[in-house]
Design a protein around this ligand. Structure first.
Ligand code: ZN
Length: 370
């Protein structure tokens, strides 16, 4: 993709409106910005921009005077146009080029999830593009999540795309191009950004987390399904998952001890386990998340029996546990276990008594794990 983009610049084929599409977390925005930097760099090579000229340095800080942004905002005390929020937006990108709308809402510090590109922004876009460019290069308007434009704004943008001001470049970056007006879609050239390869994700993770082992990086990359954002989230959640893993192991081990080994001291441990899980400090969301995690582990352990590692999505620790535990998950109990865990999750969601729900789950597992 990068080679294609570079080649099109060298051939002088720069479409004035381009739409970068692809899954969340594959690097669409980063690629669009690198592309704009490449176009502006006077010393670019066949493969990349020079990275050291004044233009490149300004691009790297996202402070190039010909680089403009539009993105969804939540109107309020902080302002009502993108410029009022652009510092936060720049900082978010500089911190980590892989983020989604949720991250952006968090960075803006808003509770509501109703971000939008408002009508007023279209006049801002027009104003910025009517300015003379600083160099003799392109004025670049990066529109992140253009599907969040309200109808008036979208129609005004359409007019701009039909009759673009001279030397302007629109780079639209979208996760849901199907939500854009078909008239807009027909005026942009699509740049489909593919999923990242597992090798790319793993090497990215190892670069960012020096302490991360190669096998764990590979396991996380495998689970990330082509999205670096997903991989980063897995890293952040791994502490949580760590807790869930221990909880899951405790449930299964003690249930097996009671049911199969008639070790009734383990029953007391299960009683304690249910009380701990039901503790109000844990909270319903975490309780539900644990039950989802447990369902995923049951499924993974069942699949583990087919000895088909590329079908398994587990961390190294989970896989280790599966070498011993997987034989206890089979045709005879897998469905019932999933049912019971799903039922518990549902009941927690309906504000049922967590102590009773978790202990009842323990009793079911005692019967089922064998
Ligand atoms: Zn340069």
């Amino acid at each position: 993709m990068k080679r294609q983009l570079c080649q099109s610049v060298q051939d002088g084929r720069i479409a004035h409106a381009q739409l970068f599409t692809g899954l969340s977390g594959v690097g669409k925005l980063g690629l669009a910005l690198a592309y704009a930097q490449y176009i502006a760099c006077p010393n670019r090579t066949n493969e990349d921009s020079c990275g050291v000229c004044p233009s490149c340095l300004q691009y790297q800080k996202l402070q190039h005077p010909d680089l403009h942004f539009a993105f969804p905002i939540v109107k309020g005390d902080d302002g009502d146009v993108c410029d009022d929020f652009v510092e936060k937006f720049r900082n978010l990108i500089l911190e980590n080029r892989y983020f989604d709308l949720e991250d952006w809402y968090r960075a803006m510090g808003v509770e509501t999830k109703q971000g939008m590109i408002y009508e007023k922004e279209s006049s801002e876009i027009l104003r910025k593009l009517s300015l003379k460019s600083f160099g003799d290069g392109y004025k670049v308007m990066v529109i992140w999540q253009p599907e969040k434009m309200n109808a008036t704004c979208a129609n005004k943008l359409l007019k701009l795309l039909e009759e673009p001001p001279t030397k302007t470049l629109f780079l639209l970056v979208s996760e849901h191009p199907e939500l854009l007006l078909s008239t807009i879609l027909s005026r942009v050239q699509e740049v489909r950004v593919p999923r990242l390869s597992e090798e790319t994700i793993a090497s990215g993770l190892c670069g960012e987390y020096a302490w991360l082992g190669g096998d764990d990086a590979k396991a996380i990359a495998h689970m990330a399904n082509g999205s670096y954002l997903t991989a980063l989230r897995t890293m952040n959640e791994s502490e949580d998952n760590q807790g869930y893993f221990d909880d899951f192991v405790a449930l299964m081990r003690n249930a097996w001890l009671v049911g199969q080994k008639k070790d009734y001291s383990a029953l007391l441990k299960l009683r304690q386990w249910s009380n701990d899980m039901a503790d109000s400090k844990v909270g319903r969301e975490k309780q539900k998340a644990f039950l989802q995690y447990a369902q995923r582990q049951i499924r993974e352990n069942y699949i583990y029996n087919f000895a088909c590692p590329e079908m398994n999505y587990q961390t190294e620790k989970e896989r280790q546990f599966s070498t011993r535990f997987a034989p206890f998950i089979h045709e005879g109990n897998v469905e019932k276990m999933m049912d019971e865990l799903g039922k518990a999750e549902q009941q927690i969601g309906q504000n049922g008594n967590a102590k009773i729900i978790f202990f009842d789950l323990c009793l079911q597992m005692i019967v089922l794990v064998k």
